[in-house]
Design a protein around this ligand. Structure first.
Ligand code: MLT
Length: 407
């Protein structure tokens, strides 16, 4: 008899964004004439930067000629891309990350979801609340939690991000082994200073813990003092893994390219207390379960680092940040308290009513899709997230409709 992994039965029936998509489709079927504006899932709307597009076209042509055709590439990614990443994303910021510490992949969602595989079943895991659901659900699937009771999984340590702590969680009160952090934060858009991040690095050293740092939104940081990478903090290389993505940075949500940094100095332990380099474990997993990102896509990602690419990426992100500013300003004008939207594409709004009710209200009365905060965890209840990924025109129209609906 084929038995299932019963841990899957503990999960909520569907992934948050699939659930929202289903509600939107059902609404659309009932109101076919209503033009819906989607400010829910963080999916980019601007086309690929020209530099990326040209590089990808050229690489596709290379694949069509026998002299330049390529079969399997290195699972960890081509050196041309890893070298650019090390230089531009880390060394330029004083973080000594080497190209062979970088693993190219097809997405930060997959990497943040898969990384937990390297660790023992009985570790204690801390996740922020609200949280990007992938961190939680993948640990549920792996059997590291109890059941879902009162909005939380038993066995997880929830790091509450609330108005009271400016959406920066405090250090856990009981020891934990694996810590998920995300800054600029999804969903709240909150950012962390170097001083605050240092506390987490120190905590990880003290407790022999590991930080999984999701920096998928770092390109939205405009405040010079904020860290773009956890490796800007002394000592982070021994205790932190960092996830990055071209999805939001360069419009690759449909093109798929990301990377994970696993410094060689980063260690985890076996039962006897012996140290093991996490790099070796991840390399073993990656080369076994992944066959690399396609050559044309890696060439497109490399073009992000060309002078034109850098300028085009900045222009696109500034475009979304202008949307975020409009959303924040308008929602504040309507009397809501907001966080995020300044160094982040997400605005986190205190709706002062049930999140799903607010979601339904905006969908039904304004034809605007947001993301209900409760979908990200208990501390998200009462909030909604509005994403800046859309055109200026649509964002302005959405704000007009929301004003009318709430007025
Ligand atoms: C989000 O809206 O939170 C993100 O788009 C989800 C993701 O990147 O997978």
């Amino acid at each position: 008899m084929i038995l299932i992994n019963e841990h899957y039965l503990k999960l909520k029936s569907s992934y948050l964004f699939a659930d929202i998509a289903r509600r939107v489709t059902s609404f659309q079927e009932k109101h076919p004439d209503m033009e819906i504006i989607k400010l829910g899932i963080g999916d980019v709307t601007l086309p690929l930067p020209k530099a990326c597009l040209e590089a990808m076209h050229k690489a596709v042509d290379e694949m069509g000629k026998s002299e330049t055709f390529r079969g399997y590439g290195p699972e960890q990614g081509y050196a041309f891309l890893r070298e650019k990443i090390a230089e531009f994303d880390f060394q330029a910021r004083g973080a000594q990350i080497e190209p062979d510490e970088i693993f190219i992949s097809d997405g930060a969602k997959c990497d943040t979801g898969n990384f937990q595989e390297l660790f023992a079943q009985n570790i204690t895991i801390a996740v922020p609340d609200p949280v990007y659901p992938v961190y939680v659900d993948t640990n549920v699937m792996a059997g590291r939690t109890g059941s879902f009771t009162n909005g939380r999984y038993e066995g997880l340590v929830y790091l509450e991000s609330t108005k009271e702590n400016n959406f920066i969680p405090e250090l856990p009160k009981t020891p934990v082994d694996l810590i998920y952090l995300c800054f600029p934060n999804n969903p709240t858009g909150a950012t962390i200073t170097k001083e605050e991040l240092k506390k987490w690095v120190d905590y990880a050293h003290e407790h022999k813990a590991l930080i999984l740092f999701d920096a998928a939104y770092e390109a939205f940081i405009r405040d010079e003092d904020l860290p773009h990478s956890i490796y800007e903090i002394d000592g982070a290389k021994e205790v932190a893994i960092e996830f990055r993505s071209y999805s939001k940075t360069a419009g690759f949500t449909g093109t798929r390219c990301a990377y994970t940094v696993v410094p060689k100095a980063c260690m985890a332990y076996d039962q006897s207390g012996k140290k093991h380099p996490v790099h070796e474990l991840w390399n073993r997993r990656h080369t076994t379960k992944f066959n690399g990102v396609s050559y044309p896509v890696q060439k497109a990602a490399e073009a992000v680092y060309s002078p034109e690419g850098q300028e085009q990426v900045k222009t696109n992100i500034d475009y979304y940040l202008e949307n975020a500013r409009k959303i924040r300003t308008q929602m504040q004008k309507l009397g809501f308290t907001c966080v995020g939207g300044e160094n982040s594409p997400y605005v986190w709004i205190d709706g002062q009513m049930d999140s799903w009710e607010f979601f339904d209200l905006l969908l039904n009365k304004a034809g605007v899709v947001c993301t209900p905060g409760a979908g990200f965890g208990k501390c998200g209840q009462g909030f909604i997230r509005i994403s800046a990924f859309n055109s200026h025109e649509n964002v302005e129209e959405a704000m007009r409709r929301i004003e009318k609906a709430l007025g």
